[in-house]
Design a protein around this ligand. Structure first.
Ligand SMILES: [Zn+2]
Length: 415
């Protein structure tokens, strides 16, 4: 071989080694940080570490509101389960003052583990905001812990591995929707060996992912994985083959609250997606200009993500649309709130997020390489959906207070 070719090949391999080493270090040292912010102890006091405490404090505050205000009603429905008899969805309904045509619905824990934050936000409202509203007030329905199994056992999904935000529909046609993009990526998102963060595949997971992104682009990949699938019960983002028990129960139960209202504003509380520490308003796509205008006015002055940016994806069977479909005659505005934890709008954040989600499901389906790995995988998953950082928690409550105050006031005043 000519000397010049040898030198060229030698330099090329050095460059490749350098690129691999640099990307490896930068992927594994990735750790998005919050801008330093003061912690307010009252804000952090709303966060608890187990489902029972969240639930019992929700019921205590419901009783407190009932003793302060006229017409408050409290209820609960048990969620069928083959492993736990103490799972329920709890409700607190606060009637309107003045205009009786409007209702606000705030739901938590559609993705079980995200319920810790959702519950904290609901209890902040019950403790501080609702008793303080002067003058007119729309009716308010708080729905606590839509997926109590996932809430209690710190998973996103139900005990049937179903993602409720892909399962909520009045029509069985949902469960026949195909997703060929997902089927193509099945092995990539559902590895079938015992889970370990430290095996060779996981150490270089980001490179496999980057190769897939290069082949199909990030938006296409994100859409295929996240939109939901109805074919693989053990796979990620499984939407089920029928309504989950609580969705059937809610279909029967909720109309008695809804029937008398002409306008419904639904806010569904989630965590995990988006910029760390930021409350994102991820609107569901709205075709109707009047409705879009109405939504913009309710959230006036706040950033709404309308789903036209690159990091957006659509889902089938989402809980907000289900609530809307229960009210075909009402003007229905919905706004999922997402409290970001990992900068998942950025490529590395997004890859870490999907990797942690894959490992969690892989562990449940196929076990773990050892107890240490089980511990690491579970705690890293919990940290992604329920960060322990007091600054993050404090910010969540602070932004919720501000945004919910604006939204409820605008909504009340809207004619
Ligand atoms: Zn969620």
């Amino acid at each position: 071989m000519k000397k010049s070719i040898k030198i060229f090949l030698y330099s090329l391999s050095l460059v490749i080694i350098f690129i691999i080493a640099a990307s490896y270090i930068s992927y594994w040292s990735y750790s998005p940080e919050l801008e330093s912010t003061a912690v307010n102890d009252q804000n952090t006091s709303y966060f608890f570490e187990n489902y029972e405490e969240c639930r019992s404090e929700f019921i205590n505050l419901s009783n407190q509101l009932k003793s302060q205000m006229e017409g408050v009603s409290i209820d609960s429905i048990r969620v069928e389960s083959s492993i736990d008899t103490n799972l329920s969805i709890d409700f607190c309904f606060i009637p309107s003052v003045g205009d009786s045509s409007k209702l606000v619905v705030i739901s938590s824990g559609v993705h079980g583990i995200e319920g810790y934050t959702g519950s904290a936000v609901q209890r902040m409202m019950m403790n501080e905001m609702i008793p303080e509203i002067q003058g007119n007030r729309p009716a308010i329905l708080l729905i606590h812990g839509v997926n109590p199994y996932g809430f209690k056992y710190k998973r996103r999904v139900t005990e049937n591995n179903v993602d409720l935000n892909r399962n909520s529909s009045l029509s069985n046609e949902l469960y026949n929707i195909g997703n060929s993009g997902y089927a193509d990526l099945y092995d990539f998102v559902n590895p079938a060996n015992p889970a370990s963060e430290d095996d060779f595949y996981n150490k270089f997971f980001y490179m496999v992912a980057i190769a897939k992104i290069a082949k199909s682009s990030m938006p296409v990949l994100r859409q295929a994985v996240l939109q939901g699938q109805y074919e693989f019960p053990e796979g990620l983002y499984f939407g089920g083959d029928r309504q989950e028990p609580q969705i059937s129960a809610l279909e029967d139960y909720l109309p008695m609250y809804f029937d008398k209202f002409k306008t419904i504003l639904h806010i569904d509380l989630h965590t995990g997606y988006g910029e760390i520490g930021k409350l994102h308003l991820f609107a569901n796509p709205v075709e109707n200009d009047e409705l879009k205008n109405y939504t913009t006015r309710v959230f006036e002055g706040l950033d709404i993500d309308w789903g036209d940016s690159d990091d957006f994806y659509t889902v089938s069977g989402d809980f907000c649309s289900f609530i809307g479909d229960l009210n075909p005659d009402a003007t229905f505005i919905s706004m999922p709130f997402e409290y970001g934890t990992l900068n998942s709008q950025k490529t590395f954040g997004s890859l870490h997020s999907i990797q942690k989600t894959i490992l969690e499901n892989q562990g449940i389906q196929h076990g773990y390489q050892n107890a240490k790995q089980e511990d690491k995988i579970k705690s890293s998953f919990i940290e992604m959906y329920y960060p322990s950082d007091p600054e993050w928690r404090s910010l969540v409550i602070e932004q919720s207070r501000e945004v919910l105050n604006i939204a409820i006031q605008n909504y009340t005043e809207f004619k």
